[in-house]
Write a protein that binds this ligand. Structure first.
Ligand code: ATP
Ligand code: MG
Length: 578
């Protein structure tokens, strides 16, 4: 983000959140605030608050692009905050992969020389201090009902809840109990600290929600210091306020939690813990992508049951998977911009994601030739042992990127589909008696083919016209309808190519509680041996190319090495999915 601000004039298309920020800026709502050290604060401070309990997925990418993108566009900052208040599910491995994924997407959390990476667990002391204040102020009490009683007394959507018999115990008693909870005198579930709000509220989240519970568990950062842990709904607004977040953006399912978000911050502002204006929560529709699942639990199942090869399997919708597949960070940012932010849930079609990917790669990817289903073509009138260079642009729309050259020789690889012994109607490629242009090379006339004992075509024969070379004067005298790609057999690079396709056949693999395993696409991965243009063996991991006529491919970041290339198909040239 840095200082590349363009206050008030964001380049990206508008959306309701930008409208809110524009209005807040116009009314100077957050202007003039300073941090605890007296340093002036930007008027837009957002945060991305992942729980370090799994790998990030495409839905998180939307949230990252949104939060960091708004901060960037308004000259503010976005905090990376690990919401690590749940001790048993969180691990360092996840913290590391989350940092890596956000950075890869192109974002960072430094601003004005300060690092804005935080952990909610760093606030445990403050959260506790505030809890004691809430008790003393009459806003919280320790409840000692059993879990069953508590559930029964909570009521439901049509029935109000009932006050706990402990609700009016003296503050001093609640305080004493909380302190004893803290030092470990009780077992998990024996007591719980609750906010004192309204057991008859139509909003279930306002019926005296729990704010602290006993959990004798080791925490990945605070170790065994604590055996009581704050609930998410308590820790989240307070973390936002401590960090001076202005616009706290979350997904729609938190809409019903907003009244408590506001309630707790108002109370703590009363207590002098925070100054107004307080952070405000806004909700947007989560990303639901067709042909994908984004539930952490179900993604874990795919990994554990070895349906995919790990979290970074190129078919996974995880950021590590998408990255390995060959997506660019820019294509994901473009996707996030195109889908915008809505206030109602909907499905986004996978073709929109793939469209953004193609648009980005079309500009960037160097072109090379790759023969994926090789069949030998023998140019009978070309001298054995001889070769000559043909040349082609690195990128058809960017002549400044120069040319590449590759040899033509007597034996070539072509695609098996580019020959038919008996052509069907409208087939313009190779068949006996027909002429085609070998792209960037010569015009050849097919003379026949060789077959094995089973009748399978094993080689095709042709003669070439020496004065027909592309780019020479004579070439324009030849008018042919077919134009096929090829690689010299003696010079081509043999490579493993992994053809990936969508992991699911069903656009809504897990909708309505369906078993998503029944929707798996059996053809989501196939591994072939291909022949690539000379030079492809020098590809470095993550190098991306367009294999002409086929699609976009990337040198696999895990298995590809210079000299031993392994390519993943990122996406085909056109959307051929039905
Ligand atoms: P969990 O069930 O473990 O809480 P989660 O998907 O909510 O899973 P978090 O780590 O809590 O994961 O999410 C971090 C942030 O990413 C949250 O602000 C959340 O709203 C946002 N987010 C998660 N899934 C999506 C999605 N599909 N679309 C948009 N934003 C999402
Ligand atoms: Mg969550």
């Amino acid at each position: 983000m840095g200082n590349d601000s363009n206050n008030g004039a964001p380049a990206a298309p508008s959306n309701f959140l930008r409208g809110i920020i524009d209005a807040d800026n116009a009314s100077s709502k957050y202007a003039g605030k300073t941090d605890a050290h007296g340093k002036p604060l930007p008027t837009v401070i957002t945060r991305f608050p992942p729980e370090p309990n799994g790998y990030l997925h495409i839905g998180h990418a939307k949230s990252i692009c949104l939060n960091f993108g708004l901060a960037r566009d308004y000259g503010g900052r976005c905090h990376l905050r690990f919401d690590d208040t749940n001790p048993t599910k969180e691990e360092q491995e996840y913290v590391d992969t989350i940092i890596d994924s956000v950075q890869w997407l192109g974002f960072h959390w430094e601003h004005g020389g300060d690092d804005h990476q935080y952990f909610a667990s760093d606030y445990f002391d403050k959260l506790y201090e505030m809890a004691e204040w809430l008790i003393n102020a009459g806003y919280a009490y320790v409840d000692s009902q059993s879990a069953e009683e508590m559930a029964a007394n909570r009521g439901n959507f049509s029935e109000p809840g009932k006050n706990s018999r402990f609700r009016d115990r003296p503050a001093a008693e609640s305080l004493d109990l909380l302190r004893r909870m803290k030092v470990g005198e009780f077992k998990d579930g024996e007591h719980v600290l609750r906010a004192k709000i309204d057991m008859a509220s139509p909003n279930m989240n306002m019926r005296d929600p729990a704010i602290y519970r006993i959990r004798h568990a080791h925490h990945h950062r605070t170790g065994d210091k604590w055996c009581i842990y704050p609930m998410y709904d308590y820790a989240h607004p307070i973390s936002d306020a401590i960090e001076n977040i202005t616009h706290s953006i979350c997904t729609l399912e938190f809409q019903d939690h907003r009244p408590f978000y506001d309630w707790i911050l108002e109370r703590l502002a009363e207590g002098g813990f925070f100054k107004k204006p307080l952070p405000h929560q806004y909700e947007f529709a989560r990303l639901n992508l067709t042909y994908a699942i984004t539930s952490k639990r179900k993604l874990l199942q795919l990994v554990e049951e070895k349906i995919v090869n790990g979290w970074d399997d190129p078919r996974m919708p995880t950021i590590v998977g998408i990255r390995r597949r060959g997506y660019t960070p820019e294509s994901l940012q473009l996707f996030a911009e195109r889908i915008g932010v809505a206030k109602a849930d909907s499905w986004i079609d996978m073709s929109i994601l793939e469209g953004a990917l193609r648009d980005d790669l079309d500009e960037k990817a160097a072109r090379i030739v790759g023969v994926l289903n090789p069949l030998k073509l023998i140019v009978d009138n070309y001298p054995d042992g001889q070769s000559e260079d043909c040349s082609a642009p690195v990128h058809p729309h960017h002549p400044e990127r120069g040319n590449r050259s590759f040899p033509f020789s007597r034996e070539l690889w072509i695609e098996a589909e580019d020959f038919m012994e008996v052509p069907e109607k409208g087939y313009f490629r190779l068949f006996p008696g027909n002429k085609v242009r070998l792209r960037y090379g010569f015009v050849v006339e097919c003379t026949g083919c060789d077959k094995d004992a089973s009748g399978k075509v094993i080689a095709v024969h042709c003669n070439y016209y020496p004065d027909s070379k592309s780019g020479t004067e004579g070439s324009s005298n030849y008018k042919v309808k077919g134009n096929i790609h090829w690689v010299s057999a003696a010079h081509g690079v043999r490579a493993e190519v992994r053809l990936y396709d969508r992991l699911f056949k069903d656009p809504h693999p897990d909708a309505g509680g369906k078993d998503f395993k029944l929707a798996l696409n059996p053809d989501s991965k196939s591994v072939i041996t291909a022949y690539l243009e000379p030079g492809a063996d020098k590809a470095m991991p993550d190098d991306r190319f367009q294999f002409e006529r086929h699609g976009y491919f990337v040198a696999d970041r895990v298995d590809s090495t210079p000299g031993h290339p392994v390519f993943n198909r990122i996406v085909t040239l056109k959307d051929s999915w039905k």
